[in-house]
Ligand binder design. Structure first.
Ligand SMILES: *Cc1c(COP(=O)(O)O)cnc(C)c1O
Length: 371
């Protein structure tokens, strides 16, 4: 099967193979393996060993996003959420339900948030101390670049929280150049191409120490993850970790390095993006985002308006041809998401496009109507 979802992504067989062993997470051998991963994770985030620390949290991406908000925004305090997409809406909901006060900065979901708009919002809200952004908006494919928004936040003396889940490892970002950044969160799946099962946060040690006691949740307290590791040693997890996913992540990092790290991964995803963007248009699909604003993580197109179009049937017919496409969309109007990320290259995209062409013909979906 060719999995073209923007999470969980297609993975390589070498990554999946190491999931088959039983591992005792507290065993000395595995502790050493895990210890060797920690500085590599800090380096992936462009952090500095001794100043920044990587914190593992078993679970899905939303859990580590909530953990970041709980840890770095005290209960009852305001957090400005750059809210220009479906995943940003989710972040706002997590924050609200955790008792944080969300100040939304809305924007169209097909455009990155302009830095001037953010600067205005911060000037108008002097009591907001933190800003949360979704770096790569997985609902539409736009990118709110922390390299552009970060300096605005720094200039205003505020703090930045990055949900970097879908773009981390592909989009360039160096924490060491962003003193305004409290935390970057990501998962073992997505652009590092490991298996799902772990969330990670990279954060400045100084801020973690200042934020002890904020979370109001033992499970989701990143400051407690840090404190526990200092007390009992790294690799002594508080709760049962998805240890196979950790080992698979180590193998995925090896493959990531062998490919050439972040620049190589970004280049491959950009080739996938271009193949999707051009190929889908050639099939008559209309992109949701202009080419200028189209990020390299996911390409989103409008579903055809042709009466012969039936999304569920399309997905079934594609699956019968060995290709799995996401059934979820977060936009107000019906769209379809095609992943550029995962262990795929432009030949896989070409294969999927060829299957789409056949399926559309089989369904009798007119190309012009699809535009
Ligand atoms: C995938 C993703 C998440 C996390 O999703 P889970 O299903 O909880 O793992 C969070 N934010 C963004 C932007 C994502 O793309």
């Amino acid at each position: 099967m060719l999995i073209l979802l923007p999470g969980p992504v297609q993975t390589r067989p070498e990554v999946r193979a190491v999931m088959s062993d039983d591992i005792a997470p507290w065993d000395d051998d595995f502790r050493a393996e895990y210890a060797s991963m920690r500085p590599r994770i800090v380096a992936l985030a462009g952090g500095v060993e001794g100043e920044h620390v990587s914190l593992p949290l078993p679970g899905c991406g939303h859990m580590v996003v909530e953990a970041a908000i709980r840890t770095f925004v005290p209960a009852g305090e305001k957090v400005l959420v750059v809210q220009n997409g479906g995943y940003a809406d989710r972040l706002a909901r997590l924050a609200t339900e955790a008792g944080r006060v969300v100040v939304p900065l809305h924007g169209p979901d097909n455009l990155p948030m302009p830095p001037e708009k953010l600067a205005e919002a911060l000037a108008a809200n002097p009591d907001v101390k933190s800003v949360a952004i979704v770096v790569s908006e997985t609902g539409t494919g736009i990118v709110n670049d922390p390299n552009i928004l970060g300096p605005v936040i720094r200039a205003a003396g505020r703090r930045l929280i990055c949900d970097a889940v879908s773009g981390f490892g592909a989009l360039p970002f160096r924490m060491s150049e962003h003193p305004e950044c409290d935390v970057v969160v990501f998962t073992s799946n997505k652009c590092i191409e490991g298996l799902p099962g772990f969330g990670f946060a990279v954060a400045p040690i100084k801020r973690l120490e200042e934020c002890a006691g904020n979370a109001g949740s033992w499970v989701m307290d990143l400051a407690d993850v840090y404190r526990h590791a200092l007390r009992d040693g790294w690799g002594s997890f508080r709760f049962t970790p998805a240890v196979q996913a950790l080992r698979a992540f180590r193998v995925a990092m090896d493959l990531y390095d062998a490919e050439g790290g972040q620049p190589a991964r970004l280049a491959r995803y950009e080739r996938n993006r271009d193949a999707w963007y051009d190929g889908l248009q050639a099939l008559g699909f209309r992109p949701y985002v202009e080419r200028r604003d189209q990020g390299p993580i996911v390409v989103v197109v409008h579903q055809p308006e042709d009466p012969a179009w039936d999304f569920a049937r399309f997905l079934k017919l594609m699956k019968a041809r060995g290709v799995i496409v996401s059934l979820h969309f977060t936009t107000k109007t019906p769209t379809m998401r095609l992943a550029c990320i995962g262990a795929i290259d432009e030949r896989d995209v070409a294969f999927a496009l060829a299957q789409m062409k056949t399926v559309l013909e089989e369904m009798g979906v007119g190309r012009r109507a699809a535009a």
